[in-house]
Structure formats: structure tokens, C-alpha cells
Design a binder for this molecule. Structure first.
Ligand SMILES: [Fe+2]
Length: 416
């Protein structure tokens, strides 16, 4: 039996007695009833984009990440493109809504937020977790009061019929899906009609050729972590809820005092390497927005959540340790991608001495998601330089302030 409480704790952020008590109770019970050993890696992540955006997004991902275009699943009102590296790392499902007038629960989650509503269908939806016993896991989770879409809902949502899908979390707005698959069998998504679309294939191949030509193809590795931003008061419950839904453990939290924020890390109990199952990170302000005027504190994380809603903020992709053309790989990769017209929010930060270097890209015009590149040196296995996190958070906040101003200057009342 896996012991989810047997991992070393990192970080300096103090949690409430509520958190510590329920962390122990929830993980002990999860291990005891066998849920920990029925749920495995993140098998896929799902992102929806607005009409007309999936080809551009796939080209962007083919250049900036190791993903390959595999196939498109066509259903009545969506194209679901399957992107894959291999079976040791998660797939990426990019769903494009065909009709801009389509309405639904995921769109509603964007529409109540002032910037989020401008790309009403574009959002990170959540993860698919591989399970060994779909019935066993869902029965247990239902007993623990997690809510699931029923089979009719799943059909209407045009999501793969072989998934069990939770309702969006009240804290992160993400969904968690379970898919039964023995470790060495292929991933199968039971959805629509499957074919390779020539227009998608052409855009993918052009971007991949460019990636090869730039000499960055072998330097960019699979996803390292997925970072979700939540309201300050939801930090602890968002972590505990995710741990209850997955087989992840609590690695620890760092207080980023400079930015009035904390970074909270969870990792898979089954896979020590993030490339097999990315770490899930939660970021939250330390204090709610309405005390800022008293404390005179910055608030980029809470501002993001107020503008976009709780949601995924960035996908971090690892860069191979080493050097290319006399530069550290991360510097080389960023320089090549910049030359293709992609912007970054700051220069590469961090150092070999601190253990890692990091950078944020600008938010994608297709998905609103930022790509982080992270290069770790030697055997460093942490997520910080604390100073890096403060500077990354600050840079993303500055960019977002600009977007907010843009939005205000172009905003029209929403027709009723
Ligand atoms: Fe990150």
C-alpha cells in the first residue's frame, strides 16, 4: 500500500490547523480504501479554444513544445485534436468549438470575468487521470460527495464517452476525468469520427520543420508542471480537493512575500519524474484584494483571478540541462523562438548556482495560457529560486494590467 504521507515536506508557508488535520485524515483514508493505488498518472490535459483558433494554437505548440499532431476527432459541434509526445507523458487534447454561438457550462465560467469573457470558449478544462478500475474509483468518489456529469451530459458536452468526468471544482473551476487503461495499452478517446485533417497536418509539419531547423527540437522536454491560480481564501481547500481527486501528495508551499502570494506544490505518489505525470501547482494571494489598501501590498495573483476567474495560468515545459552553441539551453531555445516572433514577458531569470533558470512567454492569443520554460541544473529537483517566482509573478501581472487597460478602452456593454 502506498503511503501518501511518507514524503518529505518542503517550503516555509504555514498552513492552518484545518489544513494539516484534514491533509492527514484525507490521505490516510485515501490510502487505506485503495483509491491511491487505483489512480495513476495524468494521461491527458484538455484545452478548449474559440472557433478558428485550433490550427494556430497547434502550430504554436508544435514549435514551442515537443507535442506532435496525431489525429482529429470530429463530433457535431467540436473538433478535438489529439497531440502526443509518447505514452510516457500526457497527451494534449485541443478542442475547438465550431459555432461561436454555442453556449454551455464551460463558456459560462469565462463569461462572468471581465477579461475571460473576451475569449468565451478559450480555457484550460482539466486533466484526465489514468485509473485501473473506473467503476471502483467513481463509486468511491461519488460516496465522498464528488459530483459527476452523467452519460447524457458527457454526450452533450461532446467529451470522450469512456471518461468519467467531475463537475467543475468550485475552487479551481477545473474538471478531473478518469479513464481506465492498463499501463501499456494505447490511449483511446471514444469520441466522434477520427481522421487526420490535412490543414492541421500542414500547419503542424511546417512548425515542426521550423523547430528542427532552429535546432531546438531535442532540447524541449515534456510538461514539468501545471500552475492553477485560485482566490486567496481557496488556497487550502483547492489543494485538499485535488489531493482527494488524485493520487498526488502535498510537497509543500513557499511564501513569496514580495508578491503577497504563495506557490503550493503537489506531486504524483507513483511517478517521481514530472515528465511522466506533471506536478500540479496552486498559486494564491496571501490576502484578499479588499485589504490591499490597508496593507499596501501588491496583488498580481488575486488580480489575475478576478480578471479571468480561477483557472490554469501556465504550462511549464522542461528544457534539457546542457548547452547549445555556447549558451545554456534555455537561453538558446528562447532566443530561437523569439526570432520567430513570439514574445516573452521578461528575460531568462535564475542561475546555475540557484539550481534553475525560468522564463514566461506572453499569454497565447489562442488559449490565454502562458508557456513557462524551466531548466534545472545537475540534480536540483526543486521549483524555486524564490526570487525567480517573485519576478515571474510580477512580470505576468504587468502584462495583465496592460490587457486590462486595453479591455476597458474597447469594452462595450454586453447586449442583453
Ligand atoms: Fe511555474
Amino acid at each position: 500500500m502506498t503511503n501518501s504521507l511518507g514524503f518529505a515536506r518542503h517550503g516555509d508557508k504555514e498552513n492552518s490547523p484545518f489544513f494539516e488535520q484534514y491533509l492527514t485524515r484525507l490521505l490516510e483514508e485515501r490510502d487505506r480504501v485503495g483509491v491511491t493505488d487505483m489512480i495513476y498518472e495524468i494521461d491527458a490535459i484538455m484545452i478548449t479554444v474559440d472557433p478558428g483558433h485550433s490550427i494556430g494554437y497547434i502550430a504554436e505548440l508544435a514549435l514551442m513544445t515537443p507535442y506532435h499532431y496525431l489525429v482529429t476527432l470530429e463530433s457535431e459541434s467540436h473538433w478535438t485534436h489529439v497531440l502526443r509526445i509518447d505514452l510516457d507523458s500526457p497527451d494534449l487534447l485541443v478542442r475547438e468549438v465550431k459555432d461561436p454561438n454555442i453556449r454551455g457550462i464551460f463558456r459560462s465560467l469565462n463569461e462572468v470575468y471581465p477579461i475571460g469573457r473576451h475569449k468565451p470558449n478559450s480555457r484550460y478544462m482539466g486533466e484526465i487521470l489514468r485509473v485501473s478500475d473506473l467503476h471502483g474509483v467513481t463509486a468511491c468518489q461519488k460516496e465522498r460527495e464528488f459530483r459527476f456529469f452523467n452519460q447524457d451530459d458527457v454526450r452533450r458536452l461532446e467529451m470522450p464517452g469512456n471518461l468519467a468526468i467531475t463537475k467543475p471544482s468550485p475552487y479551481t473551476h477545473n474538471i478531473v476525468c478518469y479513464m481506465e487503461r492498463p499501463r501499456h495499452e494505447l490511449r483511446v478517446y471514444a469520441l466522434g469520427v477520427s481522421r487526420v485533417r490535412e490543414d492541421v497536418q500542414a500547419a503542424y509539419e511546417a512548425a515542426k520543420d521550423k523547430q528542427k531547423q532552429l535546432g531546438i527540437e531535442g532540447l524541449i522536454l515534456p510538461i514539468d508542471h501545471l500552475a492553477t491560480r485560485v482566490y486567496s481564501q481557496n488556497r487550502e481547500v483547492a489543494i485538499l480537493e485535488w489531493l482527494s481527486l488524485s493520487s498526488y501528495y502535498y510537497w509543500g508551499s513557499y511564501d513569496i512575500k514580495d508578491q503577497n502570494s504563495s506557490t503550493n506544490v503537489t506531486k504524483s505518489v507513483h511517478y517521481p519524474q514530472e515528465i511522466n505525470s506533471p506536478a500540479k501547482v496552486f498559486t494564491a494571494n496571501n490576502t484578499p484584494y479588499f485589504v490591499n489598501h490597508l496593507e499596501k501590498l501588491p496583488s498580481p495573483t488575486e488580480t489575475f483571478v478576478r480578471n479571468y476567474g480561477p483557472r490554469l495560468h501556465h504550462i511549464a515545459v522542461a528544457v534539457a540541462d546542457g548547452e547549445s552553441a555556447g549558451q545554456e539551453n534555455i537561453e538558446y531555445v528562447v532566443e530561437q523562438i523569439k526570432a520567430q516572433g513570439h514574445n516573452f514577458l521578461l528575460d531568462v531569470i535564475g542561475s546555475k548556482e540557484e539550481g534553475l533558470k525560468q522564463i514566461f512567454s506572453s499569454a497565447s492569443e489562442h488559449s490565454s495560457l502562458i508557456i513557462e520554460y524551466v531548466q534545472r541544473f545537475g540534480d536540483f529537483d526543486g521549483f524555486f529560486a524564490r526570487d525567480n517566482v517573485a519576478r515571474l509573478t510580477h512580470a505576468a501581472g504587468v502584462e495583465e494590467e496592460l490587457k486590462e487597460l486595453e479591455t476597458q478602452s474597447t469594452d462595450r456593454p454586453v447586449p442583453r
